[in-house]
Write a protein that binds this ligand. Structure first.
Ligand SMILES: Cc1ncc(COP(=O)(O)O)c(C=O)c1O
Length: 448
C-alpha cells in the first residue's frame, strides 16, 4: 500500500494526541487506587473519536430507514448513508468504478470476497495472516505460503507459487491476499513490491488493512491494489461497520452475500421458490436494513483522520519508537518480528515476552497494578505466533499497541511497569506470584 516514510523519531517530539477520543480521561480502579487508563490495546479495538460520537449523536436525531421511505428523516438518513460511502471511497483512494460495500468487520469483508470469487480462483496467502484473512478462501483453492524471514524471501516464495500455478493448474483467476500491517508485530508489508510480482501472473491483490488503515494513508488506485478490507472498531468507529472496497466486476457477478430486502430489485412468483432479480452495485451484498449509524461513524472517523494524517503519523511514530526502544532495553524482555531487523516500517504494535513470566500474568499485573490495557495470547494468528514463539514456554506473548488514546505517559508507565516486573522475577524467580484479580472492585456499574 502507498505508505508515507516518516522522519526519524529524533526529530519528533509531540507529546499529546492530535485527535480527541471519548475516553481520554477514563479513570480505572487498580490495587493501588484509581488511575488514568493507559490504553495500549488499539490493535484489538479503539475508542470512538469525539468527532465520531458527535456525528452519531447528530445522526440519531433524524435516524430512520435507508432507501425505504420518502419521509424527511428517511431521505436525510439515506443521503448520509451514501455520503458515508463516498467518504470511505475517498479515504481508501478508490477508483471511480470500485465498489464500497459496508460489512460488519474485516472478517465479514473477507467472507464476502471469498463468496464472490469466480469459480476455480487460486488464492495465495501467507501463513503470517490473522485467521480472518487466512481461513475464508476454501481448502481446495488456497495456497498457503510459508512464513518468510525477510521481504526478498517472501517475494521469491510468492513468485515461485504463482509461477507453479501458471505452469500447472492454469487457473483462470488468481488472488494474492496480503497483510497491510501485522497485528502481531506491527510490521508494514511493502505492498507495492508484492503487487508487481502478482501482476506478472495476472493475479489480483487484496490487502487486509485492519491494522494499517487506522495509522497510515492508503490509496488503492496509486498502489494498484484491487481490494481492501478494514474494521470500524479498529478505526475509532466502534459501531458495527466494516468495509470491503475494490473491483466491482466479481462482486457484481456474484450471488448476493445476504439474501433479503435491499438486495433485490424485483421478486416474481416462481415454480417453487419465488424468482428474484438481484440489485446491482453495493446494495446487492448489503441485504437487510443497513447499519447507517455504523456507516456515518466510520465516515466521521475517516474524514477526521484524513484531516489530521500528518499529525497522527508523527505522534504515533514518537510513541512507537519510545515503546520499542524502552521495552528492548529491559533485561529479559524480547520483542518479536517477522522480517529481519528494522527492514520495514511499522505501526505501533509490539509483541513482547518477559523471561520467566507467562504472558497472561504480565497482562494481568499491568492491568491490576498499573491500570494498563494490553492484550496477551496468540492474537488469532496461531501459525505466526507458533512459529515466532516456538522456544517460549506456553507460546504466547504480550501485545502493546498505541493509537490516539495513548499518551506518552502511558508508554512510560508500561515500560516502567514491565521493567519493575522483569526485575522482581529475575531477583526471585520462585517467589513472585501474580496479583489476585481484584474482581468485584473492578466491576463497573451497568451503562443502562
Ligand atoms: C490484521 C487483522 N486482520 C483481520 C482482523 C479481523 O478483524 P475483525 O475482528 O474486525 O473482523 C484483525 C483483528 O484483530 C486483524 O488484526
Amino acid at each position: 500500500m502507498s505508505v508515507t516514510t516518516l522522519p526519524s523519531s529524533a526529530t519528533l517530539s509531540p507529546t499529546s494526541s492530535p485527535v480527541a477520543t471519548v475516553c481520554d480521561d477514563l479513570l480505572v480502579p487498580t490495587l493501588n487506587g484509581p488511575v488514568d487508563f493507559a490504553n495500549l490495546d488499539h490493535a484489538a479495538s479503539t475508542p470512538a473519536l469525539a468527532a465520531v460520537k458527535d456525528a452519531v449523536d447528530r445522526t440519531l436525531r433524524t435516524y430512520s430507514s435507508v432507501h425505504r421511505g420518502n419521509g424527511y428523516a428517511s431521505r436525510v438518513t439515506s443521503r448520509w448513508y451514501e455520503l458515508a460511502r463516498a467518504e470511505i471511497a475517498a479515504f481508501v483512494g478508490a477508483r471511480r468504478d470500485d465498489s464500497v460495500i459496508f460489512t460488519r468487520t474485516t472478517t465479514d469483508s473477507w467472507a464476502l470476497l471469498a463468496h464472490a470469487l469466480p469459480a476455480h480462483t487460486a488464492v495465495f496467502v501467507f501463513a503470517t495472516e490473522h485467521h480472518s484473512t487466512l481461513l475464508p478462501w476454501g481448502e481446495h483453492r488456497t495456497v498457503t505460503l510459508p512464513i518468510p524471514g525477510c521481504v526478498p524471501e517472501a517475494l521469491g516464495t510468492l513468485e515461485a507459487a504463482l509461477a507453479a500455478d501458471a505452469a500447472t493448474s492454469g487457473s483462470q483467476h488468481r488472488l494474492v491476499v496480503l497483510c497491510g500491517a501485522s497485528n502481531v508485530t506491527g510490521e508494514i508489508w511493502p505492498i507495492e513490491r508484492f503487487v508487481r510480482v502478482a501482476r506478472r501472473y495476472g493475479a489480483r491483490v487484496a490487502v487486509d488493512a485492519a491494522q494499517l488503515a487506522p495509522h497510515r494513508r492508503i490509496d488503492l488506485a496509486e498502489a494498484d491494489v484491487d481490494y481492501v478490507a478494514f474494521s470500524g472498531h479498529k478505526l475509532y468507529a466502534p459501531f458495527g461497520t466494516g468495509v470491503l472496497a475494490g473491483r466491482a466486476d466479481w462482486l457484481d457477478a456474484a450471488a448476493p452475500y445476504l439474501v433479503g430486502g435491499g438486495a433485490t430489485s424485483q421478486v416474481r412468483p416462481g415454480a417453487g421458490a419465488p424468482r428474484a432479480t438481484w440489485a446491482a452495485g453495493a446494495a446487492r451484498h448489503e441485504g437487510g436494513s443497513p447499519n447507517v449509524i455504523g456507516a456515518v461513524a466510520l465516515a466521521a472517523a475517516c474524514s477526521t483522520l484524513r484531516r489530521h494524517w500528518s499529525a497522527v503519523e508523527r505522534y504515533e511514530a514518537t510513541l512507537t519508537a519510545r515503546l520499542r526502544e524502552g521495552l528492548e532495553a529491559i533485561p529479559g524482555v524480547r520483542t518479536w518480528s517477522i522480517f529481519d531487523r528494522d527492514s520495514v516500517d511499522r505501526v505501533g504494535v509490539v509483541a513482547f515476552t518477559v523471561a520467566g513470566l507467562d504472558s497472561g500474568d504480565v497482562s494481568a499485573t499491568l492491568s491490576f497494578e498499573h491500570g494498563i490495557g494490553v492484550r496477551d495470547g496468540k492474537f488469532c494468528a496461531h501459525l505466526l505466533t507458533d512459529h515466532l514463539l516456538a522456544a517460549v514456554p506456553q507460546g504466547t506473548a504480550v501485545r502493546a499497541s498505541v493509537g490516539l488514546a495513548t499518551t506518552t505517559e502511558h508508554v512510560e508507565r508500561l515500560i516502567a511497569a514491565v521493567a519493575e516486573l522483569a526485575e522482581r522475577v529475575r531477583r526471585d524467580p520462585a517467589g513472585w506470584v501474580p496479583p489476585a484479580d481484584p474482581g468485584a472492585e473492578l466491576e463497573a456499574p451497568r451503562p443502562w
